[in-house]
Design a binder for this molecule. Structure first.
Ligand SMILES: [Zn+2]
Ligand SMILES: [Zn+2]
Length: 593
């Protein structure tokens, strides 16, 4: 016989986080109850609380629709309004197998549970297998909404069946729920996947494969501008740019240790003529080979090898997101070979100064630095206390010297050394590492790197790995969200559109465009047979920074009526003055318009 368990709880006495967890967990049961009412043949997976609400996984006879979500939410509200108590009980293994015989996923869960520790919960006649942690009755569940449907493999394993996951959000008060919805709306408005599609920045084709971004003309233009800019900045600072193939023999990654550490995140091995090749997951080994390809003197150090290096990482398909989580990416990468800790310190300072300049130019403000430390004695990290002490304190010194605020994160270092992470907030509110500066004493040992010191003796260099712009994919995704598609002039794929009012102004419009083009401005003429207002509206939807309208008066006076994105109509200006205005705004990489 089932044995009742008293689970009564005084919600008000609990910390808020736990109260919310109980409400969210309980709401998941109510969702499952509603689902069985909608589709009695539904097979139940699991339904845990999550950071902002809850979800439940189901195997269903048909795909869910938005209308289903509306129905389920309404059905849940009725159950909540009726204040049904949650009753927990302990059952034997035998009872459980009988009770759940028609629910294959529950039977699968039972495999992991021993007799004596199996409990279930019932409310409003609906029973679920559960460890506990509820509110007392459904009336104590806070305000909620069902938000979305997604696919999820049973137990997160792609060998298992795909289930339908229903997500809900739940907070303690209506105000908190509304605030969170406002944030979601903001994230949707900035979502780089939607804007990227609307502005023709990138595309994903099933035939090319998930996570393999295709850069369309607008996106390729933005990327080209960023690449030219960063390469120029780096060349000014003594970096030497190289171009290396995105593939190498497997042995190279066995020697570097990537194969041992990153195998699961690598594309599978290719074999031909008894040689095994892999698509590279990182650029470091190629740059190390360049360093080691000739005898090096201390006079050459620090040696800064840079590349817009293409890499391949086998991210799980469920984790791929637009342009920000992809499988093939190009990193603004560099490896700086240093003669000792003082040089490492100077170089780290140079990299941080470059980062500050680059992010300021791009108008990025929502980021911070994180000093990621190792843990002495932990098997996760290379065992070399002196190396860790030296590396960590020099990175800390540099951050303090430059007055950059940072947080310290024990245990977040790379296995071979400490690093500074640049942490950004995505539009969805997630903290993500954009790029890192890593101090590496380990790979120089693996590859037995040497340079000849002032004393005529061989010494081992230290490598600083660093990015600044991150991968082009991630940076462009971030910029789309940052600007909401309103790229500053220097990055805007189309910088100006010339709009002739009538057919008889097309010839003049072409002359105006030619003047802009001669200043290397990206300009088009809208020669379609549309009304002027429709042409202006389309250019605004494409977020083009400048629109030049030309009609009879402008043809006569050699002018154009200039409209600036977000700033309205500036009136007629001589075409030469417009060219000058745009040219100087572009060359200054100004953040307006
Ligand atoms: Zn439960
Ligand atoms: Zn590296």
């Amino acid at each position: 016989m089932p044995e009742p368990i008293d689970e009564h709880v005084d919600l008000a006495s609990l910390p808020k986080e736990e109260r919310l967890a109980r409400m969210r967990h309980s709401a998941a049961h109510v969702l499952a109850e509603a689902m069985l009412d909608l589709m009695p043949e539904a097979e139940l997976g699991i339904g845990p609380p999550i950071e902002t609400g809850f979800y439940y996984d189901f195997r269903l006879p048909r795909p869910l629709t938005q209308e289903d979500l509306v129905w389920l939410e309404e059905r849940m509200r009725r159950s909540v309004a009726a204040c049904h108590p949650f009753r927990m009980e302990r059952i034997t293994r035998q009872e459980a197998l009988e009770r759940w015989k028609n629910q294959p996923f529950k039977l699968d869960l039972l495999k992991d549970l021993a007799d004596g520790e199996i409990t279930q919960v019932t409310h409003n006649g609906f029973t679920d297998l559960c460890k506990g942690g509820h509110v007392n009755h459904t009336g104590e569940i806070g305000p909620f909404k069902l938000t979305s449907i997604a696919g999820a493999y049973w137990r997160g394993d792609e060998k298992n069946p795909m289930l339908q996951r229903v997500y809900g959000i739940l907070f303690e008060t209506e105000e908190e729920l509304a605030e969170y919805e406002r944030q979601l709306e903001e994230a949707r408005r900035r979502d780089h996947r939607r804007i990227g599609r609307e502005l023709g920045i990138f595309a994903l084709f099933d035939e090319v494969g998930p996570g393999h971004v295709v850069w369309l003309p607008a996106g390729a233009t933005i990327r080209r501008e960023l690449e030219r800019w960063i390469v120029d900045l780096e060349v000014e600072r003594g970096y030497q740019h190289v171009v290396t193939p995105p593939v190498a023999k497997l042995e190279l990654y066995q020697r570097s240790g990537h194969w041992q550490h990153y195998q699961d995140a690598m594309y599978p091995v290719m074999e031909r003529e008894n040689e095994r090749y892999v698509l590279r997951p990182m650029n470091c080994p190629h740059h190390i080979l360049i360093f080691a390809s000739q005898q090096r003197s201390y006079r050459e150090l620090p040696l800064r090898i840079a590349e817009l290096g293409t890499m391949h990482r086998w991210e799980k398909s469920g984790e791929l997101t637009g342009m920000s989580r992809v499988r093939i990416m190009t990193l603004n990468d560099a490896h700086i070979f240093c003669a000792g800790p003082e040089q490492v310190e100077q170089e780290a300072e140079g990299v941080l100064r470059l980062m500050e300049e680059v992010y300021a130019t791009l108008g990025l403000r929502d980021y911070y630095y994180r000093l990621s430390l190792g843990e002495r004695g932990s098997p996760k990290f290379v065992d070399n206390p002196a190396m860790w002490d030296a590396g960590e304190s020099l990175l800390r010194r540099v951050l303090e010297k430059l007055g950059l605020p940072f947080v310290e994160a024990p245990g977040e270092a790379a296995f071979y050394g400490p690093k500074i992470d640049v942490q950004f907030k995505t539009a969805a509110g997630k903290d993500e590492t954009l790029v890192t500066i890593q101090v590496d004493f380990h790979l120089p040992n693996q590859f037995e790197l040497e340079y000849i010191g002032e004393d005529g003796q061989p010494h081992r260099p230290i490598i600083v790995h660093r990015g600044v712009l991150s991968t082009m994919e991630r940076m462009v995704a971030l910029l789309i969200e940052q600007y909401e598609g309103n790229f500053p002039l220097w990055l805007a794929p189309t910088q100006a559109v010339v709009v002739p009012i009538a057919d008889r102004h097309v010839e003049y419009a072409r002359q105006v465009a030619a003047k802009l083009r001669a200043a290397r401005l990206r300009v088009t003429v809208d020669e379609r047979n549309e009304r002027m207002n429709a042409k202006i509206r389309d250019a605004q939807l494409q977020k083009v920074p400048y629109i030049l309208v030309v009609g009879d008066r402008e043809v006569q006076a050699g002018t154009a009526a200039l409209r600036v994105r977000g700033g309205g109509d500036l009136g007629a200006m001589p075409v030469d003055a417009i060219v000058e205005r745009l040219r100087s705004e572009r060359d200054a990489r100004a953040l307006v318009p």
